[in-house]
Unconditional design. Structure first.
Lengths: 59, 192
């Protein structure tokens, strides 16, 4: 990725560019980037439910 | 029952201070997934449930002293980061402690997710969850935190600075570096 593409990438992440303004490579990269971080930080619903029940039972 | 769904932070805090169960449910549903993501930066998978519970216990204990000097979300995120860092510090102490050769308990930690999650099953075809972990864990805790707060939760730089207890300029430069590092990792994994 050259410097121009890289700047385009950072501008996209900061909301200065729309996805439609990206070139093909940047668009693929953005797609992977968001899928990766969304997956990594995703929740396990069973844990959320368990904790909710535990706290509710303590109150 | 009070209609709390569209409450302002002020009204929500007021209801929480009165012990309103419905207010707690609204708070929990809104923030538990976000807090979980924060904790994931610092806490081992098998301790995430305890850590999440601890964050909410601290929120409920502290809410009476919450004066609204910061946004409710900032205050909650800060508690989550503090709990996460407490766990992380304890892990560091474990590593520093000499190994107990007499112990019969093997010190194994489950680095995989504890249970099935719907999201994992929706993961893009070309990338396994193991690979995601491998890539993300090459970032340090602060780098992951900044990416989470900015690129997932969409917080402002000022709010992130307050939550992460870092100067604004440091947040911007560290986030820039973290994004660049993650981009490089994605490219090096030949996923594009």
């Amino acid at each position: 990725m050259n410097n121009t593409d890289e700047q385009m990438w950072f501008d996209f992440l900061d909301g200065k560019l729309k996805e439609s303004q990206l070139d093909e490579h940047c668009r693929k990269l953005a797609n992977l980037y968001y899928q990766l971080i969304n997956c990594y930080f995703s929740c396990e619903k069973s844990i959320l439910e368990n904790v909710k029940l535990k706290i509710a039972s303590q109150e | 029952m009070m209609e709390l769904i569209f409450l302002t932070d002020e009204k929500l805090v007021e209801a929480l201070k009165k012990g309103d169960q419905n207010a707690f449910k609204i708070l929990y549903d809104e923030y538990a997934p976000k807090i979980y993501g924060i904790l994931k930066n610092y806490v081992r998978p098998n301790e995430l449930e305890d850590a999440l519970q601890e964050v909410f216990v601290r929120i409920l204990k502290g809410i009476n002293n919450f004066e609204g000097r910061s946004k409710l979300s900032t205050w909650i995120y800060r508690i989550a980061v503090n709990v996460g860092k407490d766990y992380s510090r304890n892990y560091s102490k474990e590593i520093e402690r000499p190994m107990d050769l007499d112990s019969e308990e093997p010190e194994t930690y489950n680095v995989q997710p504890v249970s099935d999650t719907n999201v994992k099953k929706e993961v893009f075809n070309e990338l396994s969850y193991e690979m995601i972990l491998e890539i993300m864990e090459q970032l340090d805790e602060d780098e992951r935190l900044l990416i989470k707060l900015r690129d997932i939760d969409g917080l402002s730089y000022n709010e992130i600075a307050e939550i992460a207890d870092l100067p604004l300029g440091t947040v911007k430069s560290k986030l820039h570096y973290a994004r660049k590092k993650l981009k490089k990792l994605i490219e090096e994994a030949n996923l594009i």
